[in-house]
Design a protein around this ligand. Structure first.
Ligand code: NAD
Length: 369
């Protein structure tokens, strides 16, 4: 049995616990089959934590998150907590985790599975085989820059303002991660800003270009953010890894997500700085929310969460083969025509969350013999 891998599971609210149960099915199978054991701790976050403790995240759970190798998060929120004070709202738990773990890099893959090519709003030939990665800076930029505010001027008029600001270090660390990721994929990195109209964009381009020499195997190109939005819907397959700031990344990653056609299929990872041993703080979560409209009915698609776990294996545990196995199992299950309600097409019968989880594990078993 290999060394334990410490995993903190925070299932959260709504469909969070239902989809996370399917990840448990995968880890149980791996423990039985693949001689890998996970040292799993579970905790509360979001509304579930508020109900139990009066806040969206306890200090104990925060300390657990800082000490484990990786955190798997389901989803938080729901109408039940809409009137809770802002600092205790379910999202506050998520924001605290991201902030205190200093998760500065958000990875959002956009992959179109062959069987779901028709689910995209774009023509099949544009998206078939699509596999791109958007790397978004998550802890700086205009969402955090100072000064910011809404003020009244001496003439009585009012103005609202934010500040787009990046230090060289903040740009360099996300860019280096971009080069590393591109190096492990097809070796192409697109750095995106608006150097044509923003000083921070000129600076971003200067810093990214300045370190390109350290990655001779990666081809670096630059693109303005508005053009990138256009190119993502015109010819998305031209990209491999896109690295960009917080604001542009927010918009471009949602745009790329929709190329794949379904919220229930989209995983994500958020990574922090590597320590001397190369270990990074990391949190993995599906892109979707807690889907209160379908919660508790065994209807949710667990694939986004299962694929987030595959990312966890790849980036936190260096278990790329196992990540590949999960992704192949998902591909095959979809290829065999199994669908949850959100991705079902005409003439097909939707299966439950549980049945999808079971089918993926059965396929992993089949693939490994
Ligand atoms: P949502 O992502 O929860 O749901 C949007 C729509 O997509 C709903 O119709 C839902 O049924 C469907 N959907 C989402 N995930 C699905 C899945 N796995 N399988 C099948 N269908 C799925 O977004 P929302 O409705 O805007 O927000 C609901 C709650 O979730 C809110 O409280 C919001 O604040 C919260 N939220 C949390 C996160 C997070 O935890 N990271 C992200 C977004 C929204």
């Amino acid at each position: 049995m290999s060394a334990n891998k410490k995993l903190l599971i925070l299932a959260g609210d709504g469909i969070g616990p239902e989809v996370m149960t399917q990840v448990g099915r995968v880890t149980d199978w791996m423990a039985k089959k693949r001689t890998v054991s996970f040292d799993v701790t579970e905790g509360l976050v979001g509304g579930a934590c508020y109900d139990a403790h009066g806040s969206a995240l306890t200090d104990e759970t925060m300390a657990d998150a800082m000490s484990v190798d990786a955190v798997m998060l389901g989803a938080v929120g729901g109408p039940k907590w809409d009137n809770v004070a802002r600092e205790h709202r379910p999202e506050a738990g998520l924001l605290r985790l991201r902030k205190e773990m200093d998760l500065y890099a958000n990875l959002r893959p956009a992959i179109v599975f062959d069987a779901l090519v028709e689910a995209s709003t774009l023509k099949p030939e544009i998206v078939q085989g699509l596999d791109i990665l958007i790397l978004r800076e998550l802890t700086a930029g205009v969402y955090f820059g100072e000064p910011r505010g809404i003020e009244t001027l001496p003439d009585g008029s009012r103005r609202g303002f934010d500040t787009q600001v990046y230090t060289d270090k903040e740009i360099e660390r996300i860019a280096r991660l971009g080069f590393e990721m591109a190096g492990k994929r097809t070796g192409r990195l697109m750095s995106v800003e608006k150097a044509n109209v923003m000083e921070s964009g000129v600076f971003w381009r200067e810093i990214v270009s300045g370190i390109a020499g350290d990655y001779p195997d990666v081809e670096l190109n630059h693109m303005y953010a508005d053009n990138c939005a256009m190119q993502l819907v015109r010819n998305p397959k031209q990209f491999d890894v896109i690295v960009t700031d917080n604001l542009f990344g927010d918009i471009l990653s949602d745009c790329a997500a929709m190329l794949t056609g379904s919220l229930g299929m989209l995983p994500s990872a958020s990574l922090g700085e590597a320590d001397e041993s190369g270990r990074r703080r990391a949190m993995y979560e599906p892109v979707h929310g807690s889907a209160p409209d379908i919660a508790g009915q065994d209807l949710a698609n667990p694939i986004a969460t299962i694929l987030s776990f595959a990312m966890c294996l790849r980036y936190s545990f260096d278990m790329s083969d196992d990540a590949d196995l999960i992704e192949q199992a998902v591909q095959n299950v979809l290829g065999a025509g199994l669908r949850t309600a959100d991705i079902v097409s005409d003439g097909m019968t939707a299966i439950s969350t549980t049945a999808m989880g079971e089918a993926i594990v059965a396929e992993m078993e089949k693939l490994t013999g």
